[in-house]
Design a protein around this ligand. Structure first.
Ligand SMILES: [Zn+2]
Ligand SMILES: [Zn+2]
Length: 321
């Protein structure tokens, strides 16, 4: 009833005062604008999906990087601990620059707060001790438990996430010790000689201890963290360039920064990716870690101008710019 009265008063006022009418239409426009912004934010929040993998997170060079693969229950790096990272059970750290590791204690603390299972954190073996000390200091500071499993992984070593999923560290080339990660899926495939055999015979063979399957390992996702383009030409890194999705840094995009400058700071310039284009066998490449000097428009223009064979399969993570 009260609403109706208000509306009647408002209509009367609008008729009497055209100014008020204009104000109302401005209000409506304002609301439409808010709705538009909200729906854009909602879209951004949902993240992207590449090659069947939903990908979330954000990455701004020097500020923060955290790339989340919710369907694999893992995240790579944690500059500031975005909320969506908290629900990932596995965290892989590429190197100890603050924009990649700064959110680590917060990630563990927040999982503790929500009574979630202690996370498993994989770090380069060379920094494991320092990370242990970091948690020790935080425990002293607030008497918290900060429960977690910490695993030091060397280049070439593997970590099994679950029966059909493992991760291997590969060498990257940054200004401090760093490494990237390749996630492999492993599937059991019946050996050729047993294909076509009746089910109970296969069962019998299996029960008698005969190895009836081959395990097929496929590189699914690779994450570089910070690195120069030297990682591309390292023969040991072939799987990273074959992974279905490669998440790769491309800190610099245009002539405002030279390739030499990019190399001096341990980063990749987009022109180096173009020059090595034929080496990437990936179905899709997600570029991350752009310098904060660029606008979304500049990033989108640079990526959409990429020539074949990169054209159409390179994406840019512009969340947060
Ligand atoms: Zn960085
Ligand atoms: Zn770095």
């Amino acid at each position: 009833m009260e609403g109706k009265v208000c509306e009647t008063i408002h209509r009367t006022l609008c008729a009497q005062f055209p100014e008020e009418r204009r104000f109302k239409s401005q209000q409506n426009e304002g609301r439409a604008e808010i709705r538009k912004v909200c729906s854009e934010m909602e879209k951004k929040k949902k993240g992207m999906e590449i090659q069947g993998y939903p990908i979330d997170g954000l990455s701004i060079g020097g500020h923060e990087t955290c790339i989340i693969f919710p369907s694999l229950r893992l995240a790579f790096d944690i500059g500031r601990c975005p909320h969506r990272a908290v629900s990932q059970d596995f965290l892989f750290i590429s190197h100890s620059h603050m924009d990649h590791i700064g959110g680590l204690p917060m990630y563990v603390a927040t999982r503790g707060l929500y009574k979630m299972k202690p996370p498993t954190i994989i770090v380069p073996k060379s920094i494991k001790e320092c990370v242990e000390s970091l948690f020790e200091v935080h425990r002293k500071l607030d008497s918290s438990e900060l429960k977690h499993n910490l695993v030091g992984l060397d280049i070439g070593e593997e970590f099994v996430i679950r029966k059909d999923l493992k991760v291997k560290a590969f060498k990257t080339y940054h200004v401090i010790q760093s490494q990237g990660y390749v996630v492999y899926s492993t599937k059991q495939k019946l050996k050729e000689e047993y294909i076509g055999l009746p089910g109970d015979e296969i069962k019998k063979l299996k029960a008698s201890g005969v190895e009836i399957t081959n395990s097929i390992t496929t590189p699914e996702v690779a994450f570089t963290g910070d690195t120069t383009s030297d990682f591309i030409v390292d023969e040991n890194n072939a799987d990273a360039l074959k992974a279905r999705v490669l998440v790769m840094e491309s800190t610099f995009l245009d002539d405002s920064v030279t390739v030499e400058h990019a190399r001096d700071y341990g980063h990749i310039h987009l022109s180096e990716i173009v020059n090595n284009a034929e080496k990437f066998e990936n179905k899709a490449i997600l570029l991350i870690h752009f310098s904060a000097r660029y606008t979304v428009k500049e990033i989108e223009v640079a990526v959409s101008a990429l020539p074949p064979p990169l054209e159409g399969r390179v994406f840019a993570l512009t969340q947060g710019f």
